[in-house]
Design a protein around this ligand. Sequence first.
Ligand code: FAD
Length: 414
Amino acid sequence: MSHHEVLLVVGAGHAGAELAIQAREHGWPGRIVLVGDEPALPYHRPPLSKGYLSGEATLDSVALKSRATYDKAGVELMLGRRVASIDRHAARVTFIDGQALHYATLALATGGRPRRLPAAAEGAEQADNFHYLRTLADVDRIRARLVHGSRLAIVGGGYIGLEVAAVATRMGLTVTVLEAADRVLARVTAPRVSSFYEQVHRQAGVDLRTGVQVDGFALDTARRLVTEVHCSDGERVRTDVVIAGIGLVPDTDLAAAAGLDVEDGILVDACSRTSDPAIFAAGDCTRYESPLYGRRIRLESVPNALEQARCAAATLCGKERRHDGVPWFWSDQYDLKMKMVGLSQGHDRLVLRGSIEERSFCAFYLQGSRVLAVDTVNRIPEFMLSKRLVAERLPVDPERLADDSVPLKNQIAA
Ligand SMILES: Cc1cc2nc3c(=O)[nH]c(=O)nc-3n(C[C@H](O)[C@H](O)[C@H](O)COP(=O)(O)OP(=O)(O)OC[C@H]3O[C@@H](n4cnc5c(N)ncnc54)[C@H](O)[C@@H]3O)c2cc1C
């Protein structure tokens, strides 16, 4: 078989694995090679801060697909291998060991890496008890240190930080969360929802501090350990383990070095095409043209990675498919199942439905009578309806929306 038929997928995460398998389903005739630098079979990342961290999920249970599924689809796995560069002119990638592989079509699904904490660059990052959380290997190291009675300092009150706080508290650690903004989840949710989550964590025993900037660490260099987290207000937090969860940087280095258009993500259209017709990209590493929002957006979520991968797979097999779905995301903390749909930027009104006290509610972000986004907490049926509200831009009556005695489905039908 000539290299003209090789589909080469770089990055074996949610997007890469889905793209490779789907390309076969759509009839890709030649070799499909899926390259990933992690040694494990492609796996679900969300359990890393939930069930896998707590020990409830096993390595087998987090695998995205079995090895047999790749074999059956004729997808060749090259795991534990890192691509170092792309030569677009020669249609070839080179691995860090110097080997090279030609492609007919290339797909980049390189994901992202944790944003590094500037205050940790001085030496804390080298300590054995300082961690970022993105990979199985990270969590295997972290788990060894999550011991009942230990002190855990979490830098960042976003989803990852809060999910870890919930798990670690249940495991009997003493947990402190340090968040620089004046509320948790500030980037993604309304103040009312943030304050609900803050209250839940405090009730569970988490020492949650907002408006706190971490500006340094005390180190026991002999034992390679962080012993204290230093805050700019002079506070010193003694600790046994530190986890920093302060966001993600899209992995665009390969694409940028190869001259593809990159701007806080590899730029792709709604069909996951990059600026080179032979190269596609999907998942956390991209910023895509959203037909729904009429602008480019970068999302860090599994549903987005899967949908972009499906669009890429179909399109590169000649069956053009546009990603016009709604963004959605979930987060599990304690007994709270939160699901969010849509992007709330630009909303002019927040409508609450249900009961915050009873931990069962929806928060609707409205722009006029259009629902831009919805956060649902322990309201799975209403999440499904909310998805329709956002996707189909169905108009709503804000007063009726707040009335929990009128089923949401009746309001949609009206
Ligand atoms: C702890 C945690 C919890 C999360 N929880 C949720 C959740 O509850 N819900 C949700 O929707 N999303 C969640 N996410 C986000 C979700 O996991 C990501 O959006 C998703 O993994 C993106 O998939 P991806 O394939 O784009 O990237 P990734 O899963 O990051 O995969 C990219 C892969 O490419 C590899 N790679 C990069 N460069 C190269 C190279 N040059 N050569 C070879 N391989 C390379 C990387 O090592 C990685 O294995 C969570 C993420 C984390 C870290």
